[in-house]
Design a protein around this ligand. Structure first.
Ligand SMILES: Nc1ncnc2c1ncn2[C@@H]1O[C@H](COP(=O)(O)OP(=O)(O)O)[C@@H](O)[C@H]1O
Ligand SMILES: [Mg+2]
Length: 241
């Protein structure tokens, strides 16, 4: 079998460069289409997450889905942006999908070192955190894709990183790999306060959703709920202009 060639190492990020880069991708509806039904959907998701946290303590929330391409990264960012609409909210989105990262692409930031390097002790946590142009929103990219992500995603290191981030942020939103094919999401979910499952209605069979919920829970994860995407008829919460 042919061995995979290692990807070239990335450079450390410029923590401030993102301040100058507007968040402008059309998928990021909370900013691009703030009055749309879909933006309201993410605000309702925010309210549901907040309702589960009545004392307002800092929380880590992992977002996963059974399959790739269901909308995890877009949902993670829109949820974070919706939380950032709250006065003085501090949120960080961490890309823990070390296999197919896309957070930097959605934010139009250059690829740089990130979580993978922090987990491997090659980059300090502070150096991996990047500002965005949105007040209160920081991000940490995935970094250089490791040859074996499962080996890099170590529970003890993840715990230390998340504990440190909870000192600084109200919410740590962790975008992760799809849960059905890999154990990554089970590992990250086991050290997160809660898990949101993104499910694309037209793409994901029900039995797969059930399997993934039980997989995440048996690893010690706390599944908060399911965020359904792709419904044809979407009932907005409010219809006022
Ligand atoms: N709300 C949305 N509106 C439009 N396109 C979306 C939306 N959410 C996801 N997509 C599209 O679906 C695809 C997968 O989304 P992504 O969040 O990157 O998936 P995942 O992280 O689960 O692999 C992308 O092409 C993205 O543009
Ligand atoms: Mg993704």
């Amino acid at each position: 079998m042919a061995r995979k060639r290692n990807k070239p190492e990335l450079l450390p990020p410029d923590p401030e460069a993102g301040r100058e880069i507007p968040i402008d991708r059309e998928e990021l509806v909370v900013i691009r289409e703030p009055r749309s039904d879909l933006a309201e959907h993410y605000r309702r998701l925010r309210s549901s997450v907040e309702a589960l946290n009545p004392d307002g303590a800092p929380r880590t929330v992992m977002v996963t889905s059974p399959l790739p391409n269901e909308g995890k990264s877009v949902a993670s960012l829109n949820l974070a942006l919706a939380i950032c609409e709250r006065p003085r909210a501090r949120v960080i989105v961490i890309e823990a999908d070390l296999r197919r990262p896309s957070i930097e692409e959605y934010l139009e930031l250059p690829r740089a070192q990130g979580l993978a390097e922090v987990l491997q002790g090659k980059l300090g946590l502070e150096r991996a955190i990047r500002k965005t142009s949105e007040e209160g929103l920081d991000v940490m990219g995935a970094g250089t894709p490791p040859a074996n992500p499962s080996k890099v995603l170590r529970i003890d290191r993840l715990k230390t990183i998340l504990h440190a981030l909870k000192q600084r942020y109200d919410y740590v939103i962790i975008d992760s790999a799809p849960a059905h094919a890999f154990t990554d999401a089970s590992v990250v979910g086991s050290v997160s306060d809660g898990i949101l499952l993104v499910v694309k209605l037209t793409a994901t069979p029900k039995h797969l959703v059930e399997e993934v919920v039980s997989q995440l829970e048996s690893a010690g994860g706390n599944v908060l709920g399911v965020c359904l995407l792709g419904a044809k008829t979407f009932a907005p919460a409010y219809d006022y202009q």
